[in-house]
Write a protein that binds this ligand. Structure first.
Ligand code: MN
Length: 268
């Protein structure tokens, strides 16, 4: 069995085509975060994001947190799409508020990097998918606001924190509006999703529509109303794709939009 594997791998290597062979895959930039450890700083991201992009037919590249505009321009020149990933809270000061006591983990550097990345990518019409913190990032960078803490600021909410339950488990239901890209991607008005957030979109940014709500009225998805593909979801589809493969459709939609963007970019 092992020998057969080696022979197949060797054949693949021998047939390797230096010109790239099959169609070039769209390059999807994935945002990352810094983890501060004694004596070192690591730049990292959950592998589920990488796995989902590969499974959907894209070529993932990680985008380290930087503050230099010329480096961000360098990222934008090689990517065809962006995925804004999950993580800690966006500083409420970025939407004109001081933090309430439930906001305990922010990252000034990551906020700065991702705001710039979003604004520059928007100018170029690069397709973008935001996940969890990612949807909050898109909404805030585009001029909207957030609930700093759902439990503290929104009465009668259901639980949105499945905490120790694995991300592959569905946790609460959502309703998707029929007149949306999200509906055309998922093909369903009702879905069950996972949930790992204590914040959510409050005032939707100009140029965006709410496209999914949980039963307590929390925004679970938004999307751009103009022609470009900018879509954000509050759940974690990258944690669901293996056990609930229908969620791969979201990543495939980003890949399709990125292929279209790439074709336009090269025809200019
Ligand atoms: Mn939720």
């Amino acid at each position: 069995m092992f020998l057969k594997y080696i022979i197949v791998s060797m054949k693949k290597l021998m047939n390797f085509n230096l010109t790239g062979g099959e169609t070039m895959k769209p390059v999807i930039g994935i945002t990352t975060f810094c983890e501060y450890k004694p004596g070192k700083v690591l730049d990292e991201v959950n592998y589920n994001y990488i796995h989902s992009i590969v499974a959907a037919g894209g070529a993932p590249v990680l985008l380290p947190v930087v503050e230099r505009e010329d480096v961000i321009e360098g990222y934008l020149s090689i990517i065809d799409g962006i995925m804004f990933t999950g993580g800690n809270d966006i500083s409420p000061m970025l939407y004109g508020e001081n933090p309430i006591k439930e906001v305990v983990s922010i990252s000034e550097d990551r906020d700065y990097f991702e705001f710039l990345l979003y604004k520059k990518a928007y100018m170029r019409s690069i397709p973008m998918l935001g996940i969890c913190r990612g949807v909050q990032l898109i909404n805030t960078a585009a001029g909207g606001t957030l609930y700093q803490d759902i439990n503290a600021q929104k009465e009668n909410s259901i639980s949105h924190s499945q905490s120790d339950t694995p991300a592959s488990n569905l946790y609460h239901s959502i309703k998707i509006s029929k007149d949306s890209k999200l509906y055309s991607i998922m093909g369903s008005e009702e879905l069950s999703v996972n949930s790992f957030h204590h914040q959510s979109v409050k005032k939707t940014a100009p140029g965006f529509n709410i496209t999914a709500l949980s039963p307590d009225g929390i925004v679970e998805a938004i999307e751009s109303t103009d022609k470009s593909f900018i879509l954000g979801v509050q759940w974690h589809p990258e944690g669901l794709v293996d056990k609930h493969p229908e969620f791969l459709k979201l990543f495939k939609a980003l890949i399709d939009a990125s292929l279209t963007y790439r074709a336009t970019k090269h025809s200019l």
